[in-house]
Design a protein around this ligand. Structure first.
Ligand code: NAD
Length: 455
């Protein structure tokens, strides 16, 4: 099929490159000329495992452009995957979506195009996108639209750091539509994924246990709500682990054993129960805020989701409190942070805990050193005020420091030469913000090991 993808960020690029790998002809359109130039040269503007290899494998079926008139007119399917960041009141900013929909509407000319909204949007947005497309189409073509297009909702569930894996081997595909013809198009588009009939890339084999992928086909509002509800549930699972973690610290229980003990119950499951600094990234904070804002429009409150957000903020402040308890004075102390990306295997720092924590420490007069094995280059562009704190080498974070905090559990950090690094520190205090280091081993090496739960 001929596919157009609007927006070549984490979601759009992954969708485009995966569909091209499966044999579809894909044109990606983005307003950012620098991104398009990089991609046209075969290079990914984002760090995502296997992205470069898949881009190379799919290159002959992919085109990158800033020009909608190249991308839209012949497409059977147009995905919109632009950003929907939070506004101060919690509602998502839909200006990128509006502008993308206007541009798509202007250029639709095929017999029947399915316009698929992949951005995470409030309930009712598909209808809104439909009306923008229609107005834009009618203004440009100077006639009423007559069934040339239909809007579907196809929320995205990929995890950054495993984006391609999640796209080729998803748990489910959710499609919201009130048009049987669109459903048929989407079924054909995703057939190879739904039936798992494609030959997997050598570098990303199919997980052994995966059978056919369920397609959940719903009305538009349900598809939109599924996305928000899924993210809110995952967010509150993390916050629940952190809330129990605080209690575990107080009563002298080991939260790692507690979460293992509850996670083995198949009704609960072990994933997203890791205690620590909590979630970050572009989705959980934004989507929980949007869900609460949507509920408020209906005079409905969401106390559980609200509490999950509060617990998450608390975890960031706890890092500072824990250091304060240990060092007594933060002014003039040299404190290193390991990890800037909001989680391992991505270079994304949207709502990254490290940035909040660094700023809180700097506000208290600490001398902060920051390191990340992958995100440093992007950090220089996006966080100019914090660049003077950036360390080139991981040793610089430890050198003469009073404490080091592990913020992002990059595998590179787990394998550091911890014995040598302890000898560089003024006082070898390590705060394991992700409960991923071995307390016994570090204590033997002379560290004072701290966690957010007091064990
Ligand atoms: P992103 O910021 O990485 O990418 C968005 C891209 O869209 C950018 O390259 C931008 O230049 C481009 N763009 C903006 N307006 C445009 C326009 N009018 N025309 C063409 N291009 C335009 O965003 P993302 O992280 O990929 O997220 C996209 C959407 O998917 C959001 O709604 C997000 O909530 C949702 N989502 C994200 C994830 C994730 O893990 N990142 C997962 C699931 C869903």
């Amino acid at each position: 099929m001929r596919v157009c993808v609007v927006g070549t960020g984490y979601v759009g690029l992954t969708t485009g490159v995966s569909l091209a790998f499966l044999g579809h002809d894909v044109t990606c359109v983005d307003l950012d000329q620098a991104k398009v130039d990089l991609l046209a040269g075969g290079r990914s503007p984002i760090y995502e495992p296997h992205m470069d290899a898949l881009l190379a494998d799919s290159a002959e079926r992919m085109t990158f452009t800033t020009d909608y008139s190249i991308a839209v007119p012949d497409a059977d399917v147009v995905f919109i995957a632009v950003q929907t960041p939070s506004l101060p009141d919690g509602n998502p900013d839909l200006k990128y979506l509006r502008s993308a929909a206007e541009s798509v509407g202007k250029h639709i000319s095929g017999e029947f195009t399915v316009v698929i909204n992949k951005s995470t949007v409030p309930i009712g947005s598909s209808n809104w996108v439909d009306s923008i497309l229609r107005e834009s189409f009618e203004r440009t073509h100077e006639r009423r639209s007559d069934g040339e297009f239909s809007v579907a909702s196809n929320p995205e569930f990929l995890r950054q750091g495993a984006a391609i894996q999640d796209t080729l081997y998803p748990d489910r595909i959710v499609v919201g539509s009130d048009n049987p013809r669109s459903l048929d198009v989407l079924n054909r588009l995703y057939r190879e994924i739904l039936n798992q009939t494609f030959t997997p890339p050598t570098y990303l084999p199919r997980p052994g246990e995966l059978g056919a992928v369920p397609m959940v086909s719903t009305d538009l509002a349900s598809a939109e709500l599924i996305k928000y509800a899924a993210n809110a549930f995952l967010a509150l699972k993390i916050s629940f682990a952190n809330e129990i973690g605080q209690l575990a610290g107080k009563v002298g229980a080991d939260i790692s054993q507690v979460t293992r003990g509850i996670g083995l119950d198949t009704r609960i499951g072990p994933r997203f129960l890791q205690p620590g600094i909590g979630w970050g990234g572009s989705c959980f904070g934004k989507d929980t805020a949007a869900l609460i804002a949507t509920a408020a429009d209906y005079h409905h409150s969401m106390p559980i989701v609200t509490a999950a957000r509060e617990v998450n903020q608390l975890q960031r402040r706890l890092v500072v409190d824990r250091l304060l308890d240990e060092l007594r004075i933060l002014k003039g102390r040299r404190i290193g942070l390991l990890g800037l990306a909001f989680k391992p295997n991505t270079d994304d720092m949207r709502d990254a805990p490290a940035l909040d924590i660094a700023r809180m420490l700097i506000d208290r007069g600490a001398r902060v050193r920051l390191h990340d094995p992958v995100a440093a280059e992007r950090f220089r562009r996006e966080q100019p005020d914090l660049v003077p704190h950036l360390a080139d080498e991981v040793e610089d974070v430890f050198d003469d420091s009073d404490a080091v905090v592990l913020v992002t559990e990059w595998s590179q950090y787990l394998d550091l030469d911890w014995a040598k690094l302890a000898s560089l520190m003024r006082t070898p205090v390590i705060l394991d913000g992700r409960h991923c280091l071995d307390p016994q081993r570090l204590t033997k090496l002379g560290y004072r090991y701290l966690s957010l739960t007091g064990r």
